[in-house]
Write a protein that binds this ligand. Structure first.
Ligand code: KG4
Ligand code: ZN
Length: 329
């Protein structure tokens, strides 16, 4: 089964072609650079860029997969959550393809697809498992019965972890997206500032806004406006912030795995690309089965949408009614 997957939930215009839910024939991602100067995603501009980029991205993806549109068996599209205008572009294109080619269409949850990405290269991914989504818009813990059936355990109470990386990067005058920039700068610093994981009453929940505020106070003083007496070292701030953010994840994994007696863990989303996070998890939990998305599948992409779409369709073969609407949350 050949599935074409479209991803336009935020600022990546992406299309992937996947065979039988696992074998990636192509995975083309156009990252919109227009947002860099704003320090975050400008939603209206993101939608307009999707309109410009989507057809060339689909064509490139088919070309790399060495197939024609007629050879596609299923159209999968990320329909939620995301920016409304961006979602409308992807879902409208997917509906047009489905209608024009007379092929079934299936809508996919973007967040679930991030976790599916971590299972894609595995022959027999172990279940049940704990899923941890670490992206720019979401930070959630789920119990995974299998690659597509989940039970929600907890989420962030305020900022998502990627959002915290992006906001701290902005405070440090680093460009968007901030995660990779912080990771780079952190290598030049050390753990100098006593930033620590924010605690939450609900043991399955997360909180990152307090940590972000600590960085703000360190840089600009308690009133967020004055200049501290000693000039803060940005590399040390990046290092200390990253350590506290990673420690939050380590603590959460340790708690939930012990509590539920499940030692299989799948991670997904842009922050799971962080090499320091990966090394820390491998070092801290050598006996756990911890799986990350393979190269190219951590950040938003179309292959994970096509992959999850295929599995969902195979388990419940039905074409979506073309009147389905994207939902931002
Ligand atoms: O999953 P994703 O591509 O998009 C969303 O669904 O949000 O995640 C994007 C987020 C951004 O906040 C970005 O700064 C963060 O992932 N990110 C990273 C790294 N690479 C991307 N954060 C920390 N370290 C990285 N290496
Ligand atoms: Zn994402």
């Amino acid at each position: 089964m050949i599935t074409l997957g479209l991803e336009t939930t935020c600022d990546e215009t992406a299309c992937g072609v996947v065979k039988d839910g696992k074998e990636i024939l192509s995975n083309v991602i156009a990252s919109q650079s227009i947002h860099r100067e704003f320090g975050g995603v400008f939603p209206e501009m993101a939608s307009r860029e999707h309109v410009n980029l989507l057809i060339p991205v689909i064509e490139e993806s088919l070309q790399q997969a060495k197939i024609s549109l007629n050879e596609v068996d299923l159209i999968a599209v990320a329909s939620h959550p995301g920016l409304m205008g961006s979602l409308l572009v992807g879902t409208t294109a997917a509906k047009a393809l489905s209608y024009g080619l007379n092929k079934p269409i299936i809508s996919v949850n973007h967040i679930q697809a991030h976790l599916y990405a971590a299972t894609m290269e595995l022959k027999n991914p172990p279940f049940p498992a704990i899923g941890l989504i670490l992206s720019g818009g979401h930070t959630s813990l789920v119990y995974m019965k299998n690659p597509f059936e989940y039970e929600h355990l907890g989420s962030t109470l305020d900022d998502a972890i990627g959002e915290a990386f992006d906001k701290v990067a902005r405070l440090l005058d680093l460009p968007y997206p901030g995660g990779p920039e912080i990771e780079k700068l952190a290598k030049k610093g050390s753990y100098t500032y006593p930033f620590r994981p924010c605690s939450t009453k609900d043991p399955y929940a997360f909180s990152f806004s307090g940590l972000k505020t600590k960085v703000l106070y360190t840089l600009k003083g308690q009133d967020s406006q004055s200049t501290p007496k000693k000039t803060p070292n940005k590399a040390d701030i990046a290092h200390s912030f990253q350590k506290a953010a990673i420690d939050t994840i380590l603590q959460k994994i340790q708690y939930v795995c012990k509590k539920l007696q499940i030692y299989n863990v799948y991670l997904g989303g842009g922050v799971s690309n962080n090499q320091k996070l990966r090394q820390s998890l491998e070092k801290e939990f050598p006996d756990y089965n911890i799986f990350f998305p393979p190269k190219g599948l951590s950040l938003d992409n179309g292959a994970m949408i096509a992959g999850l779409g295929t599995v969902l369709f195979q388990n419940n073969p039905h074409s979506e009614n073309l009147s389905f609407v994207p939902t931002p949350s």
